[in-house]
Design a binder for this molecule. Structure first.
Ligand SMILES: [Zn+2]
Length: 307
């Protein structure tokens, strides 16, 4: 039997009841414009709460203001991509609930990459949903221990650890994740981290369908003392990133969401009065080009610092 969605509480429920009590016509109440869903500032913190909202069709934003998490819903169960921070995990569960979906109907958890700001909340979400995390092999060390893989260039930043994810199933590099009639294609996109993964699927509203892309972070991040250009630093994250730029540029991609919403200008593209188009088939290509420019700049700086 298809899963039922409980309609979320209407923002007009209280005024409507009040109107009934006062004997005012319902039409007058319904004429009030809906409250706009507030958008988030670009400099929002990782755990700053955001109201959940629809992205398109069966794709819903359930992350925080600073970190994306997407719920993709289907008749036979749902898929959740990313868990944001440890603090945000319970907020994501609550966002799923407040959209009218049952967290227990989430069948699979996925993860863009194994850093605290995207994987930190997964253990709490797994506890609430009972869903296994499916992740590519290179990310497993970090996800199982709740801390960065020692080969990660960001290790010297000494980021705090996060609750390890108890149940993880290994995902092939380029796999299809299926839940009922939902089909999510995974793409290996390492470079920002070892386990970096991007995801594509199709969402429809009526007869309009769009290629959705949740493309992983593409930044080469490390302390100034780390050299992406040093062949002694293995594996070669810069080389991995170059391949990933090509992969991301070629993704089916009408609507792009990035793990940090600011990187795909999401808060300008969603909401009641967007100032930029939500749908842009060049978005992944431009996202990859921006990543390549930043890597070039980083390698230039390293070259100039060479004595
Ligand atoms: Zn990261």
């Amino acid at each position: 039997m298809p899963l039922m969605r409980t309609p979320p509480a209407s923002r007009h429920a209280v005024p409507a009841l009040l109107a009934l009590a006062l004997g005012v016509g319902a039409a007058a109440v319904q004429a009030a414009p809906p409250e706009p869903t507030p958008n988030c500032p670009d400099d929002a913190g990782w755990s700053d709460p955001s109201p959940p909202r629809k992205v398109f069709g069966n794709t819903w934003y359930v992350g925080t203001c600073g970190i994306s998490a997407l719920l993709i819903t289907g008749d036979d169960g749902h898929v959740l991509i990313d868990g944001a921070t440890p603090e945000a995990g319970p907020m994501i569960v609550e966002s799923i609930r407040s959209l009218g979906f049952d967290p227990k109907d989430v069948r699979v958890l996925l993860n863009t990459h194994e850093h605290i700001d995207h994987a930190g909340g997964l253990a709490a979400i797994q506890q609430a949903t009972g869903a296994p995390l499916r992740a590519r092999r290179p990310g497993l060390i970090a996800l199982r221990k709740g801390d960065m893989d020692m080969r990660d260039p960001q290790v010297p930043f000494r980021m705090p650890g996060f609750p390890p994810v108890p149940v993880i199933e290994t995902l092939a590099d380029n796999a299809e994740v299926r839940v009922g009639d939902l089909v999510i294609q995974t793409h290996a996109t390492p470079g920002h981290s070892l386990g970096g993964t991007s995801f594509t699927w199709t969402s429809c509203e009526g007869t309009t369908c769009h290629a959705m892309a949740f493309a992983d972070s593409l930044s080469a991040v490390a302390p100034d003392t780390y050299r992406f250009s040093d062949p002694a630093n293995s594996p070669a994250f810069a080389t991995m990133l170059r391949g990933t730029f090509d992969t991301v540029a070629a993704l089916p991609c009408d609507i792009l969401v990035s793990p940090h919403p600011v990187a795909s200008r999401l808060w300008y593209r969603l909401g009641d009065a967007p100032s930029e188009p939500l749908v842009d088939a060049t978005a992944c290509k431009r996202y990859a080009e921006a990543g390549a420019r930043r890597l070039d700049a980083r390698l230039d700086t390293e070259r100039q610092a060479t004595p």
